[in-house]
Ligand binder design. Structure first.
Ligand SMILES: NC(=O)c1ccc[n+]([C@@H]2O[C@H](COP(=O)([O-])OP(=O)(O)OC[C@H]3O[C@@H](n4cnc5c(N)ncnc54)[C@H](O)[C@@H]3O)[C@@H](O)[C@H]2O)c1
Length: 328
């Protein structure tokens, strides 16, 4: 079962699992799209539960009825601006219900629980090699609750209930449920549709991971030997790049003569992560680059799969969330 399985990452993961004939349940509120559209090529192969993870009775029933053996927990209010829009809502989804979800899973036969944390839990580090054992200094509530949930999961794992924590870099590349509020994706969209990229400073590093590698990793996480992952935390990232270098990669791929404007910035926060542990212990090496991700986005724009994204809320989580507020 994938909670948040209708999100940016979850949609692509569900496609991959369905293709490999796994029985997949999507447990999601479907804030960002209609399941029949998101999963048009594999809808018949999925079990769709349009539900809120805070509905614990429903969560339990779905696990029991379907004899769920593994959960990949992606559902959350998934960036700082959306979280800050309504911190109470964000906390209720990202933190308050988390311990109950873990307990219910463990008590009802789930054998493996994979938790999507974030590499933002480290905050800004002086060290160039940001490894899993460095202290966590989250700078925002979104990151703080990610870190607190990690501690909760680690209290419950044992030989019958495997808990693994994943700290992904920022994801990039095309998805059926595309997010354009992520650094590589937004720069590519600006270049293509607005003929201009503005970068603030540009010297700051960002850790990146192609969505195809993220999906491969979650897929494999269902199959790794328990003893290798139980109670473990893994950074999963690939290229740490300066924002200005991402802009140059965009320029290389998007064959347009657009402008890159650099303005000064007081925000010189740099983030990078090291993913040597996942390579050493799980032999996991990303295969797809940031340039591949830009290429996938560029093709989707050029081929008219994505049209006029700046006039649609769909691509920007905070805009969709604002819409909920306006309707309240
Ligand atoms: N995308 C990234 O760059 C990135 C980086 C690091 C970590 N992560 C983490 O990975 C996970 C997936 O990220 P994403 O980019 O796919 O996010 P996303 O926002 O696209 O997807 C989140 C999904 O969760 C669902 N959801 C939200 N609240 C829910 C609730 N109460 N009940 C049921 N469903 C609910 C939404 O409808 C959405 O489909 C998140 O936990 C995110 O924090 C993402």
């Amino acid at each position: 079962m994938i909670t948040g399985g209708a999100g940016y990452v979850g949609t692509m993961l569900a496609h991959k699992l369905a293709k490999k004939s796994k029985k997949v349940i999507i447990f999601d509120t479907f804030w960002y799209g209609d399941p029949k559209i998101l999963f048009k090529d594999c809808f018949a192969d999925l079990i769709i539960e349009k539900a809120d993870i805070r509905d614990l009775e429903r969560f339990k029933k779905v696990i029991i009825d379907n004899k769920v053996d593994a959960i990949i927990h992606l559902a959350c209010v998934s960036n700082d601006p959306s979280f800050e829009l309504d911190p109470k809502l964000g906390k209720s989804i990202n933190f308050d219900c988390f311990e109950s979800l873990v307990k219910i899973s463990k008590d009802n036969g789930v054998k493996r629980f994979i938790y999507a944390s974030s590499s933002s839990v480290y905050g800004v580090k002086e060290e160039e090699q940001v490894t899993e054992n460095l202290s966590l200094e989250p700078l925002t509530d979104y990151s703080k609750y990610k870190a607190l949930c990690e501690d909760i999961l680690l209290k419950y794992n044992d030989k019958n209930f495997v808990g693994m924590i994943v700290r992904p870099a920022t994801i990039c590349g095309y998805s059926n449920r595309l997010r354009l509020d992520l650094s590589v994706n937004i720069l590519t969209a600006h270049a293509y549709f607005k003929n201009k990229i503005t970068i603030f400073g540009g010297e700051q590093f960002r850790p990146n991971l192609n969505i195809l590698d993220m999906v491969n990793f979650y897929f494999k996480s269902l199959e790794y030997d328990s003893y290798l992952i139980n109670g473990e935390v893994f950074n999963v990232g690939y290229e740490n790049l300066k924002i200005k270098d991402i802009a140059l990669l965009v320029k290389k791929v998007v064959k347009k003569n657009f402008q890159i404007e650099t303005t000064s910035s007081n925000d010189n926060r740099s983030y990078r992560i090291t993913s040597k542990k996942v390579e050493k212990i799980l032999n996991f090496r990303p295969k797809f680059t940031v340039e591949d991700a830009i290429q996938s986005l560029y093709q989707s724009f050029k081929n008219g799969i994505i049209i006029d994204p700046f006039n649609s809320k769909f691509f920007f989580n905070v805009e969709v969330m604002k819409n909920f507020h306006d309707k309240k």
